[in-house]
Ligand binder design. Structure first.
Ligand SMILES: [Cu+2]
Length: 149
């Protein structure tokens, strides 16, 4: 009997959770719709890039001998542009950012794998928090990006 009561409670929680998620999805769709409308006629002629409002922070990082020259990066929240230079001739590198402290987090941005010498640019919009970065082909090349408020 107690078990049945608990099960009923769990089902109700599950249903409520699904309902909340549905609302969140609807809100997200509505937000996109508003953005699309706002970007419609008013921005004709403006660049289509996602660099909203200008500003932002640029970070430079170099890959050499299959490691990054910086193991820690810091930037304020908002638009963050990473300019990564691969100085390893003939060796492919990229840079890939994840939420949290290792590559098991959610991917938030990456450059394509590319042989050096090469330079790549990645722009992300990030909230405050800790992010992990690595070269996907050489995971020993990694570090931590701290995004501050
Ligand atoms: Cu690499």
């Amino acid at each position: 009997m107690n078990a049945a009561t608990v099960a009923d409670g769990a089902m109700m929680t599950g249903a409520a959770g699904r309902w909340r998620r549905s609302l969140a999805v609807l809100a997200a769709i509505a937000a996109v719709g508003v953005l699309a409308a706002a970007c419609g006629p008013a921005t004709s002629g403006a660049p289509a890039a996602g660099t909203a409002g200008g500003g932002g922070t640029t970070i430079r990082i170099t890959t050499r001998k299959s490691v990054f020259d910086k193991r820690t990066l810091t930037a304020p929240a908002g638009s963050i542009t990473v300019k990564v230079e691969n100085r390893d001739k003939g060796i492919p590198h990229n840079i890939h950012f994840f939420t949290g402290t290792d590559a098991s987090g959610t991917s938030v941005g990456m450059t394509p794998m590319s042989q050096g010498p090469d330079a790549q640019v990645l722009t992300m919009t990030l909230q405050a928090g800790t992010y992990f970065y690595q070269c996907d082909m050489h995971p020993a090349a990694n570090g931590t990006l701290t995004v501050t408020r």
